[in-house]
Write a protein that binds this ligand. Sequence first.
Ligand code: MBD
Ligand code: FE
Length: 304
Amino acid sequence: MDIKTIDQLLDRFEKTGVVGEGDARVKLVVNRLVRDLMIAIEDLDISPEEFWSGLNYFAEAGRNGELGLIAPGIGLEHFLDLRLDEAEARAGLKGGTPRTIEGPLYVAGAPVAQGEARLDDGQTAGEVVVMQGVVRGTDGQPVGGAKVEVWHANSLGNYSYFDPSQSAFNLRRTIVTDAQGRYKFRSVMPVGYSCPPGGATDRLLQLLGRHGHRPAHIHFFVSAPGHRKLTTQINIENDPHLWDDFAFGTREGLVPKVYTNNDRAAMQALGVDKPFYEIQFDFTLHAEQASAPATDFARPRAAA
Ligand code: MBD
Ligand code: FE
């Protein structure tokens, strides 16, 4: 029979699947999303030209590896964080370091260091920063042997691996905390990332009357046996985009004070001839909790 209405089409679409065949979850999600899309096309009277332009937009974004940038840019990645926050609150979890988005620029396989590390390769321009702190449980006890995976941009806002001009794993390390739960690293101050100019994300943001800049930040995965994995970042205070992040990632509790150390002996010990920055930041991990959704979920990630 001829299909004459949207309701008939959706009905037929769903019924073309054989009952009991396929994947129940995929059917549920896809059928819902298709319905919502058709309704949006109707409500907004989206023209064929607009429809195909939109389809092609996503195809191009995918070819250029920008879908992982659009997701935070339209707030979806932060939305997933808010949902995890709510699930944790319902499970009675409180007091941990706030989570914030992972973003698309993590690379697995960074060199592992015990207790402390230098993240830059010695050839990387930028102002020296020393960051350190303690990983603890919500009971206040230090967590020795925790993994602190850290990655950040260089002083041009670019990340190694994605920026082939940088050395392998520049500004990326896994630091294992000592018996007192301490980690420490030396690096160079990052500058905020900006979406590739003229790329799919940047063009979309322009059309939305927005920009594609992030404030300077340093990413972390903090994990330890018996604890929930923490995905977070710290932001560098005084950045003009501190509370104007295109990815909505800035959160209270993630903006530590940045101190300037101009002590001669401290500078000499580091081998630098200028004052350097210091940041102190402790991480608090929740204990494992079966009644809250896992935070170490799978996600396709680069590896080198
Ligand atoms: C980044 O560096 C980042 O952290 C996010 C969330 C998105 C794009 C670039
Ligand atoms: Fe980043």
